[in-house]
Design a protein around this ligand. Structure first.
Ligand SMILES: [Zn+2]
Length: 396
């Protein structure tokens, strides 16, 4: 619910500047290796350096370095907990984020990632004449087709000076204020591009959303966003880890149900069976194939999670690899996979578990489907007596 409300708020906002990645969503040979992650398992060490312009923020250098380090740890942790679906018979299996990220005090030519905090070089400035509209930018400057290794920079715009974004909606001190979570999240987003994740143009929310950096630095950015860093952490989409619990706080909508079939039984409303109060909290816990639903701290019903095959509402590759015959990293690659941008980190952004049965406390049974959003948060819907309820608890 919190997510829904935030999404609605964002839809009503307008954004004037872009944070760009190293490509766009989709794939196909036209992108070539542009969408590749900069590093794969043959790269053992990645060197990075950090240059900070005085206009960047009020933060001490040590704090900026710490936030950068946290961002690497975040992605390491995220990838380590995520099963890798590889639809291609390729050997060895591609592995993400296996490298060590090593901080170097000096930015020499051999550095793999240069963090440019608050400034662009004169050459970059010419390449990005719209720099006053850029908050974050990842630029790949070199790619080694043999070793599948990239090199480049991450730029984060400053709070002051001539590189400060010109939008009146840009917060005065997005990086220095509070616990610096906005800078943390902006760094996480941009680093996501280095690891081959593209901007997500479909979801309204989430770390890799194309508007993410705009949103968090916008004057109307909801405060709640800062507290939701844990939820944003599941940015690769929902996957097979459905065990867990979630807390929801509802104020019911009163939208009429969607008619999907002709009414057969006089058109009872599902709400007569559910008998929900106008406002309530819901705790949904899944463990050992049982989903337990508690309303206002009292048992409301249970669902035996029988159906383990999922219909993916939106699936696809999170990360793509474009290989040419020059590559020396994989020794077994099917011929078709060359020059083809195949996805090697397949994800499910949202999934539906169909044909489950919700058994209410009073022993009534309702056929339901469970929809997991990209954060793996479940919502429970139903087709009941010819009417479709997307979420029986919110009433939409
Ligand atoms: Zn982006």
């Amino acid at each position: 619910m919190k997510l829904l409300l935030l999404s609605i708020m964002f839809l009503g906002m307008s954004f004037t500047h872009a944070s760009e990645g190293n490509g766009s969503t989709g794939g196909g040979p036209i992108y070539g290796d542009q969408l590749n992650p900069w590093f794969i398992q043959n790269t053992k060490n990645v060197n990075y350096c950090v240059e900070i312009a005085p206009e960047f923020s009020q933060l001490p250098r040590g704090r900026v370095l710490e936030l950068i380090k946290n961002s690497f740890s975040f992605w390491k942790k995220t990838f380590s907990g995520f099963p890798n679906f590889i639809p291609v018979e390729i050997s060895p299996t591609p592995v993400m984020l296996s490298q060590e990220f090593i901080f170097k005090e000096n930015c020499s030519d051999t550095i793999d990632i240069v963090f440019q905090m608050g400034f662009l070089t004169p050459a970059q400035e010419l390449s990005y004449p719209n720099y006053k509209q850029i908050i974050g930018k990842v630029g790949r400057t070199h790619y080694d087709e043999q070793n599948l290794k990239g090199r480049g920079f991450i730029y984060i715009a400053p709070e002051e000076g001539r590189f400060r974004p010109s939008s009146p909606n840009f917060i005065s001190r997005p990086w220095s204020s509070g616990k610096n979570l906005k800078l943390q999240m902006a760094l996480m987003h941009e680093l996501g591009h280095v690891f081959g994740l593209q901007d997500d143009y479909y979801g309204t929310y989430g770390l890799m959303n194309a508007r993410f950096v705009d949103m968090i630095t916008h004057k109307k950015s909801p405060k709640a966003l800062e507290n939701n860093i844990q939820e944003l952490a599941t940015s690769l989409g929902c996957n097979t880890h459905f065990d867990g619990s979630s807390h929801h706080s509802f104020r019911r909508f009163t939208l009429p149900p969607i008619e999907v079939e002709e009414e057969k039984n006089g058109g009872d409303d599902i709400n007569e069976i559910l008998n929900l109060p106008d406002q309530f909290t819901l705790d949904i816990k899944s463990k050992n194939k049982i989903m337990t639903i508690r309303m206002n701290n009292k048992l409301f019903g249970t669902i035996k999670l029988n159906h383990s095959s999922f219909n993916s509402a939106e699936n696809g590759g999170a990360i793509h690899l474009f290989l040419t015959k020059k590559q020396k990293v994989f020794n077994k690659v099917p011929a078709w996979a060359y020059e083809s941008n195949f996805p090697f980190f397949q994800i499910f952004k949202s999934v539906v578990r169909k044909d489950e049965v919700l058994k209410l406390n009073n022993n009534e049974e309702i056929k339901v489907f469970i929809n997991y959003n990209q954060f793996c948060k479940p919502s429970i819907g139903s087709v009941y007596k010819g009417k479709l309820y997307l979420d029986i608890f919110t009433g939409i």
